[in-house]
Design a protein around this ligand. Structure first.
Ligand code: NAG
Ligand code: NAG
Length: 711
């Protein structure tokens, strides 16, 4: 039974044994604590380990049975022996053949099929390929029949320090503010090493500074670069070149190294105050310079840059603070002195200003170093200029009554030469502004007189320009606008505001308002118009009409009695005197025409015997008469036709068609027959009002109403 069990076990545990081989570079490997021994985990396999294996046995260190190791970059004269395959089926009778397949089998790794020795026949690079997976099998030498299932194992390529550290992102640039304290972090850099980071020290890097001391330092492990000197001054030196080295093998000698450069630029802080280039500036300016003109520029220099160099300029003292101002030009970083108020050489010939430049952005860290500002003195000399005449006022407003006499004085302008020489002045009118030559000006004293009569009702304003010229220098001229307002005088009489036409109804009642009229006056009295109306003295006791003034300044004309008749008198003329309230008052007489007309009962005017009366729709009376006549003619024809037909068909009607007869005579329910038809009066049907008989039939209903009291 135990024998059978042993046999079964042999079958179960594929008894391939891979033997450890001492590598020629074994000594180098020693510190790596790595076994180079391969064996099976099978108890059978272990029991058959060879003598050789036992000598170099390191089983205590936890062998991995299916790994082999080979050093990278090995280049000896002979191929390097990686390991040996061995199966415990091999009785040494050379009946077994070993076969190798998988990654690099035959090309990189070669097996001696009898001994099972595996050689690397090529140089290996871990950084290229770190491990190879291979399959080993033992077959019968003659039959090639597999003696056991294939067994997979790995050959690992072991690292040597064959790669130097590299700064992949270099060269570097960094900035740090000037005046930083010692130890201020600037930046950090990173080098990479292609060697195995988990195995040995080949990738363990240590950083150091080769160039750039004593200004900067680097932390050996983290590669953080810091300032090594306090208060580095940008204004003294702005840029530093730092050379950094990374060395592997933990920085020990024999390690490989790489370098990079780091350019450190100091950034500006406001550690310098502004300083005027000069302590005294001289400017001169003609007295007639235009306000706002730049008179001069002052500049305070600042060693800082950007906003740290920006200063604002101010006038802080002096006898010209009211006349001058200084503005800061941010672009040029200087101060521009400008004129704010007019200069007068004759009054003051020079000014002194104290100007200040002060930094705008002050760093509190350095404010203790003293004021970040500077002052300078500016002397401004005013130069005399030949100035044009000056009027006593920038504009003049004159008033004149429209009835002013010719050559009467309307007003006066005055001007003087402001220069010390004080030339006499001559005045004239700019004739482009007085094309009608309405005015004259006295050349010597500037008195303006009336040249042609004025009419306020034509033009209220006469806006002219007066020119003043220096006699000694004709190029020195000034102009001034003079607005002349024409004042009203009562020189127009009132009259009817419109052409009124009044109608009077024959059937009107006494006291009825016939017409309301208003008046107008071209004048423009201060307190508005107030009109008085009256009848002519000889008409005061007019038996037919009377007048009544209304609240709103208008006038109503009333009929005094009834019984007006066109046959008696068709038209009345009523003269009315209208008077204004001027001083003296003016009056005129306007005549109102009153027509007598026939009206309907409710006072709608029907006819005034006016043939050329034009209706609102624009048809003439003649045309309407023609149309009406046509209609009536047609009706007459229809009536005649019906009557004739009735006479002709009388016997038939009696017999068989009473309906037809009824239809024809249906004008009047009470009657029938010929008499009814003849008595039918269309005019009566159409216009029940037309009973007075004055209107012919053909005009009926076409005169649109004009009420008796129409305004
Ligand atoms: C003339 O000047 C007056 C006052 O300045 C102004 O009110 C008026 O409109 C001006 N008239 C004309 C015609 O320019
Ligand atoms: C008043 O009317 C009558 C006729 O109706 C006329 O004869 C008379 O002249 C008129 N009087 C005046 C003052 O118009």
């Amino acid at each position: 039974m135990p024998e059978r069990l042993a046999e079964t076990l042999v079958d179960l545990w594929t008894p391939l044994i891979i033997l450890w081989i001492t590598l020629p570079t074994c000594a180098y490997m020693a510190p790596m604590n790595q076994p180079h021994t391969l064996t099976t985990g099978s108890p059978l396999g272990l029991s058959r380990q060879s003598e050789e294996l036992r000598i170099l046995n390191r089983s205590k260190r936890g062998w991995v049975w299916n790994q082999m190791f080979v050093l990278e970059e090995f280049s000896g004269p002979e191929p390097i022996l990686v390991g040996r395959l061995h199966t415990d089926l091999d009785p040494g009778s050379k009946k077994i053949k070993y076969i190798l397949s998988g990654d690099g089998a035959g090309t990189i790794f070669q097996i001696n099929d009898i001994t099972g020795d595996i050689h690397a026949i090529k140089r290996l690079d871990r950084e290229e390929k770190a491990e190879y997976t291979l399959t080993a099998q033992a077959v019968d030498w003659e039959t090639n029949k597999p003696l056991e299932p294939p067994s997979e194992f790995i050959i690992k390529v072991q690292d040597i320090n064959d790669n130097a550290p590299e700064f992949l992102n270099g060269p570097y640039h960094a900035t740090v503010p000037e005046m930083s304290i010692l130890g201020t972090s600037v930046t950090n850099v990173t080098a990479t090493d292609a060697d195995d980071p988990v195995y040995g020290n080949s990738a363990k890097l240590v950083y150091s500074i080769l160039e750039g001391q004593p200004y900067f330092s680097i932390e050996p492990e983290t590669a953080i670069i810091k300032t090594a000197l306090p208060n580095m001054d940008r204004e003294a030196k702005e840029e530093y070149l730092v050379v950094i080295q990374a060395k592997d093998m933990g920085g020990h000698s024999g390690g490989l190294s790489g370098t990079t450069t780091l350019t450190v630029t100091l950034t500006d802080v406001n550690d310098n105050p502004p300083k005027f280039a000069q302590s005294l500036y001289h400017f001169s300016v003609p007295e007639d310079v235009v306000l706002g003109t730049a008179i001069g520029r002052v500049k305070a220099n600042d060693q800082d840059i950007g906003e740290n160099a920006q200063s604002s300029y101010d006038i802080i003292d002096g006898d010209g603070t009211a006349l001058f101002e200084i503005t800061s030009d941010a672009q040029a970083q200087d101060g521009v002195i400008r004129l704010r108020k007019p200069l007068d050489f004759e009054t003051k010939k020079s000014y002194t200003l104290k100007v200040e430049a002060a930094n705008i952005h002050i760093d509190p860290r350095f404010s203790g170093r003293g004021p970040f500002k500077d002052t300078a003195t500016v002397k401004i000399v005013v130069e005399d200029a030949d100035e044009p005449p000056v009027f006593s006022s920038p504009t003049y407003l004159l008033e004149v009554h429209e009835n002013a006499a010719l050559n009467s004085v309307i007003g006066q302008v005055t001007a003087r030469d402001p220069d010390i020489t004080s030339s006499p002045i001559r005045f004239s009118i700019d004739r482009h502004t007085d094309l009608e030559r309405q005015f004259n000006v006295n050349a010597d004293d500037g008195k303006i007189t009336l040249a042609t009569p004025l009419d306020r009702e034509l033009s209220v304003w006469h806006n002219i320009t007066i020119i003043a010229t220096e006699i000694r220098n004709h190029s020195q001229i000034s102009r001034v606008p003079v607005a002349i307002k024409v004042l009203d005088v009562n020189d127009n009489a009132p009259e009817f505001a419109a052409e009124y036409e009044a109608f009077l109804c024959e059937n009107g009642k006494p006291g009825q308002v016939i017409q309301t009229v208003s008046a107008m006056d071209k004048d423009d009295p201060k307190n508005g118009h107030y009109f008085l109306y009256s009848l002519l003295p000889e008409m005061v006791n007019n038996p037919n009409f009377t007048i009544k003034k209304n609240e709103d300044n208008s006038l109503s004309i009333l009929a005094k009695h009834n019984g007006f008749s066109r046959q008696k008198q068709e038209v009345y003329l009523l003269p009315i005197v209208i008077s204004d309230s001027g001083n003296p008052p003016l009056s005129s007489t306007s005549t109102l025409t009153i027509r007598v007309c026939g009206c309907s009962n409710d006072g709608v005017v029907q006819s005034c015997n006016v043939e050329a009366y034009v209706l609102p729709i624009g048809l003439s009376m003649g045309a309407l008469i023609a149309i009406l006549a046509c209609i009536i003619l047609l009706l007459v024809i229809v009536v005649l036709f019906v009557t004739l037909r009735r006479h002709k068909n009388e016997p038939l009607i009696i017999k068989d068609d009473e309906d037809v007869r009824e239809n024809i005579i249906r004008y009047d329910d009470e009657g029938g027959g010929e008499e009814d038809t003849e008595a039918f009066d269309i005019a009566t049907l159409q216009n029940p009002d037309g009973i007075n008989g004055f209107l012919p039939h053909d005009r009926r209903g076409l005169l649109r109403g004009i009420p008796e009291n129409a305004a």
